[in-house]
Design a protein around this ligand. Sequence first.
Ligand code: SIN
Ligand code: MN
Length: 216
Amino acid sequence: MGERPSRHEIAPGAVHLPGWLPMSDQVRLGAAFEEWAGGPVPARAPSLPGGGRMSVETVCLGWHWLPYRYTRTADDVNGRRVLPFPDWLGGLARAAVHSAHGAQAAERYRPDAALVNRYREGASMGMHQDKEEQTADPVVSFSVGDSCVFRFGNAEGRGRPYTDVRLDSGDAFVFGGPSRFAHHGVPKLFPRTAPHGCGLVEGRLNITVRVVGAAG
Ligand code: SIN
Ligand code: MN
């Protein structure tokens, strides 16, 4: 049998699961992204209210996210309804919640949305909270492709204290409970570190699965 996967609690409720996704699931996520990015709402770099754009390209499933709210239709792109949130992705996220927070938490976890971000070389994400969801259920993050620094901070502000965690292809990271509203971001990518066979030749894919609940 395989080794028991490791589990690192970075802060209460914030759990890093290195190498949690088998290569076959990484490949499945990479292939699915190519399909999702084609539409009905194509992947795009979200526009920020103050002007400018984010440096990642995002495609949404279940609910459309734009800075800083959820809608059913992508009114900032082409007005179309986003693809439904796939059951298989919900099952994968529930299994990660099981590994991170145990059976009871997994049993009640009912995700309804995912934001899928593609980081090309030079892309990053500033410190922010995931707080547009109408629930406090955990966020589950899956990474595929190039490695990055994931900065995991605190709920009070964007600055210290924070912990820098290297996320590699196949890692899962679950943040819930007291860490659900911690600020986090991706200050740095490590180009050309994607492992052979993960399905991505360059860049990084991050999928965050969420429970949005009622519309924001
Ligand atoms: C996010 O905060 O939504 C994405 C985090 C990541 O790319 O690891
Ligand atoms: Mn986030």
